[in-house]
Design a protein around this ligand. Structure first.
Ligand SMILES: NC(=O)c1ccc[n+]([C@@H]2O[C@H](COP(=O)([O-])OP(=O)(O)OC[C@H]3O[C@@H](n4cnc5c(N)ncnc54)[C@H](O)[C@@H]3O)[C@@H](O)[C@H]2O)c1
Length: 458
C-alpha cells in the first residue's frame, strides 16, 4: 500500500538530510520537506555540492530532489503545511551554566518545540529524531500543550541509529527501527502512522515499538555500548605495547567468541564524531542526577580511556622521535573522524593536530573529503599548518607520517616513493593499524602501530 503523507524535518544536518532523502525515495507518494535556519546549508542541499559527504547520498538526492523532496528555509510554512514533523536539530554538550561539559544543550530543541506550537494550525505528530536525555518527550509535550488551541500534538521517539560513512546503507537496511510512544489510544495511533511509513521498505519484524522512555534511553545506551567496546580494546592495546602481545591477534581471538563478536574491536587512536562522547556524557549526567554515582563513574571511564588513548599516541610519537617534535614536519593522513565521511567533529585527529602544534611541530594535513572542515576546526590554532589533499605531496619533506583516519586509499600507496622524499630517519605512526607494517619497515620506515611492538631500525 502506498502511503501519502506530508512530512517535515526540522534540521538539515547529517541526520535530517540523508534520513529524509531515503524516506522520499522509498515513499514516492509522500511529500518530504527539510527546513533549516542555516540558509547556506539549505542552498548547498539544493546545489550540486551537497553540504555533507556520504557514499550514495548524491544519487539518492538526485532521484528525489524537486520531485517529492524539498529543502527550504521557510520553517513556519513547513510547520503549517505538514502533518508529521521530525525534529533533527543539534543537541550538543552544554558549554555553560549547570551541567556544562556534560549535559545536553537543549536550547535548539526547545526553540523548535515552541515554533511548532506557534505555527501549527492543525494537529501534528512530532517525532524526536535527535538523541535526547530520557524524559525529554515529557518536556516537549508540556510545551506543546501549554497553549490550548484545539490542536492535538502526539510526541513519538524514533531515534536514528545510522552511522556516518554508511548512512544510506544503514537507512535502507536498518538493523532495527525503534518507535517509542505513549501507550494511550492517540499515542498508539500515531505510532501506527509512523510504522506504516517505515513498512514501505523495512521488514515488519525489524520495526520495534516500546514505551517512549525506553526508546529515548535505548539510543544513549546503544552509543555508550559501541563506544565502550572501542575503549575496552584500546585499554588492552596499552597493555599489549608493554608485553609484546599483538592487539590484532588478541582482538581476533576474543572476537571469535560468538558471545562477544568481532565488530568494533579494532584498536585505534579512539572514537570521535559528534555523538559518542556527547551521548555518554549525557548518560553520565543523567545517572548523577538520579544519584547513581557508581553507574556514572563506570560510563565516564569510557570517555576517559578515549582521551588517554589519544594522549598516549602523542607521547609515543614524542618518545620515538627522540623526545622532541619541535621544528619537525609531521604529515597527518586523515582528519575525518572515520573513513567515508568529511565530518571532523570531535575527531581524534583534530586533538592530535593541536597537540603536535603545542609541541612546536609543523603539520601538513591531508584528507580526501575533510579539509574544508579541518581548516575551520584548526582556525585560531597557533603554529605552522598547511593542507594538501594529495597524500604523496603531503608527505614530501616530512619527518613522520601519522595515519589518523582509516581511508582505504592509504593502504595501497607507493611507499618506496614516499620514503624517498622524506627526511631520515623516517617514521610512520599508524593510528588505525591499516598499513602493511612489515612492508613499510622493509622499505626503511620506523613503524609504530597501536598495540603491537614497533618495527625500528635503531
Ligand atoms: N550525526 C550522526 O551520526 C547522528 C546519528 C544519530 C543521531 N544523531 C543525533 O541527531 C541530531 C542531529 O544531529 P546532526 O549530526 O544531524 O546535527 P547537525 O548539526 O549536522 O544538524 C542539525 C541542524 O539543525 C539545524 N537547526 C538547529 N536549530 C534549528 C531550528 N530551530 N530550526 C531549524 N533548524 C535548526 C542546524 O542549523 C543544523 O543544520 C542530534 O541530536 C544527534 O545527536 C546524529
Amino acid at each position: 500500500m502506498n502511503v501519502k503523507k506530508n512530512i517535515l524535518c526540522i534540521g538539515a544536518g547529517y541526520v535530517g538530510g540523508p534520513t529524509m532523502a531515503v524516506i522520499a525515495r522509498k515513499c514516492p507518494h509522500c511529500r518530504v520537506t527539510v527546513v533549516d535556519t542555516d540558509a547556506k546549508r539549505i542552498e548547498a542541499w539544493n546545489s550540486d555540492s551537497l553540504p555533507i559527504y556520504e557514499p550514495g547520498l548524491a544519487e539518492t538526492i538526485q532521484q528525489t530532489r524537486g520531485k517529492n523532496l524539498f529543502f527550504r528555509t521557510d520553517i513556519e510554512r513547513g510547520i503549517r503545511e505538514n502533518d508529521i514533523i521530525f525534529v533533527s536539530v543539534n543537541t550538543p554538550t552544554k558549554t555553560f551554566g549547570v551541567g556544562a561539559g556534560m549535559a545536553a544543550d537543549l536550547h535548539y530543541w526547545e526553540k523548535t518545540a515552541r515554533q511548532i506550537l506557534e505555527h501549527s494550525q492543525s494537529s501534528k505528530i512530532v517525532v524526536e529524531k535527535c538523541t535526547l536525555p530520557v524524559k525529554t518527550a515529557l518536556a516537549m509535550e508540556r510545551i506543546l500543550k501549554s497553549v490550548p488551541n484545539g490542536n492535538n500534538f502526539e510526541v513519538l521517539s524514533n531515534p536514528e541509529f545510522m552511522a556516518e560513512g554508511t548512512a544510506i546503507k544503514d537507512l535502507e537496511y536498518p538493523d532495527r527501527v525503534l518507535i517509542g510512544s505513549r501507550e494511550t489510544e492517540s499515542g498508539l495511533k500515531a505510532r501506527d502512522v509512523l510504522t506504516e511509513i517505515y513498512t514501505q521498505w523495512v521488514p515488519r519484524e525489524k520495526i520495534i515499538t516500546s514505551n517512549i522512555w525506553s526508546s529515548e534511553l535505548s539510543k544513549l545506551v546503544a552509543n555508550a555500548f559501541l563506544a565502550q567496546r572501542i575503549s575496552s580494546i584500546n585499554a588492552i592495546s596499552a597493555l599489549c605495547e608493554k608485553t609484546e602481545a599483538d592487539i590484532k591477534e588478541v582482538s581476533k581471538a576474543v572476537g571469535m567468541d560468538s558471545r562477544i563478536g568481532p565488530k568494533f574491536l579494532e584498536s585505534s587512536i579512539g572514537f570521535g564524531g559528534s555523538c559518542f562522547k556527547k551521548d555518554i556524557l549525557n548518560l553520565v549526567y543523567l545517572c548523577r542526577n538520579y544519584g547513581l554515582s557508581e553507574v556514572a563513574a563506570y560510563w565516564e571511564s569510557v570517555v576517559r580511556i578515549n582521551e588517554y588513548q589519544q594522549e598516549r599516541f602523542i607521547l609515543n610519537m614524542l618518545g620515538a622521535m627522540f623526545n622532541t617534535l619541535s621544528g619537525k614536519k609531521i604529515c597527518i593522513w586523515g582528519v575525518a573522524f572515520k573513513a567515508n565521511t568529511g565530518d571532523t567533529r570531535e575527531s581524534p585527529a583534530i586533538y592530535i593536530a593541536r597537540r603536535l602544534l603545542e609541541e612546536k611541530a609543523e603539520i601538513v594535513i591531508s584528507d580526501p573529503y575533510a579539509l574544508v572542515n579541518a581548516r575551520s576546526d584548526m582556525n585560531g590554532a597557533e603554529g605552522r599548518i598547511s593542507y594538501e589533499e594529495d597524500p604523496y605531496k603531503a608527505a614530501w619533506g616530512c619527518h613522520a607520517i601519522a595515519v589518523l583516519t582509516e581511508w582505504e586509499q592509504y593502504k595501497s600507496l607507493d611507499f618506496h616513493n614516499i620514503f624517498r622524499e622524506m627526511i631520515k630517519p623516517a617514521f610512520i605512526f599508524d593510528g588505525r593499524n591499516i598499513l602493511d607494517h612489515q612492508r613499510c619497515f622493509n622499505i626503511g620506515f620506523n613503524v609504530y602501530p597501536i598495540g603491537k611492538p614497533p618495527l625500528t631500525h635503531f
